[in-house]
Design a protein around this ligand. Sequence first.
Ligand SMILES: C[S@@+](CC[C@H](N)C(=O)[O-])C[C@H]1O[C@@H](n2cnc3c(N)ncnc32)[C@H](O)[C@@H]1O
Length: 245
Amino acid sequence: MGDRALIDKYINKITCGDCYELIKELPDNSVDCVYTDIPYLYENGGLGHSEMCVRTARKKEELKDISSGIDYAILDEFKRVLKKINIFIWCSKLQLLDIMNFGGQNECNIDILVWCKTNPTPQTNNIWLPDIEYCVYMRECGVALNDGYDLKSKFYVSPANKSDKDIFEHPTIKPLQLVKRHLLHATQPNDIVLDCFMGSGTTAIACKEIGRQFIGFEISEKWCKIANDRLNNIDANGQISRFAR
Ligand SMILES: C[S@@+](CC[C@H](N)C(=O)[O-])C[C@H]1O[C@@H](n2cnc3c(N)ncnc32)[C@H](O)[C@@H]1O
């Protein structure tokens, strides 16, 4: 299949499958931006982790065995399919260093963008509140950023979006307004945005609403259906909503 036909096969669709396999089908230099929210790597499997105590008590490799995370080889695939490195990756704090190292090795400009949640779950044990989410942004020389005071802000303050969570059921759904803001800043009209870990489809909806194209992959059939329904304004419970969310 030629490059154009391969893009046509995946463009403006959320394809159900394993992104580590599907991304190999995408041609070199074919997308303008990667915007993705990877499976997080948690200390102690995310259960009652007690910050540095756990980290120092176990080797990193052992931690990887008890939580999911990603195979970082996919970062090289991102580089291959991108015209220029222009990557947003939501991740947990344990993944920040590996991702930023990739940016450093590729001479990227690197920023950490944050979502500050105003309603974190209270904690009873010896840890900080889980009120910040991190998104690493890496950009190669030559990627143009659009102007706009709000677009340029590195932080975003909002409650965890319980209503979207209720409607689309995904436990780690990201705020649509924030995703739109990031993409408006770092992409141009009709650019192609790749999200390999689409979840409930927030990146796809953001692209649709701001006039960008997207390629989406999601391994879970449940989330694939919910994300594709969401693109057609249908909630997780099958109800048609009047407004896209
Ligand atoms: C953090 S969630 C993304 C949530 C999304 N940002 C949203 O707003 O709904 C990560 C998603 O990656 C999916 N995933 C995990 N491994 C995958 C793989 N190998 N290929 C494609 N998707 C995968 C999971 O099923 C999960 O829905």
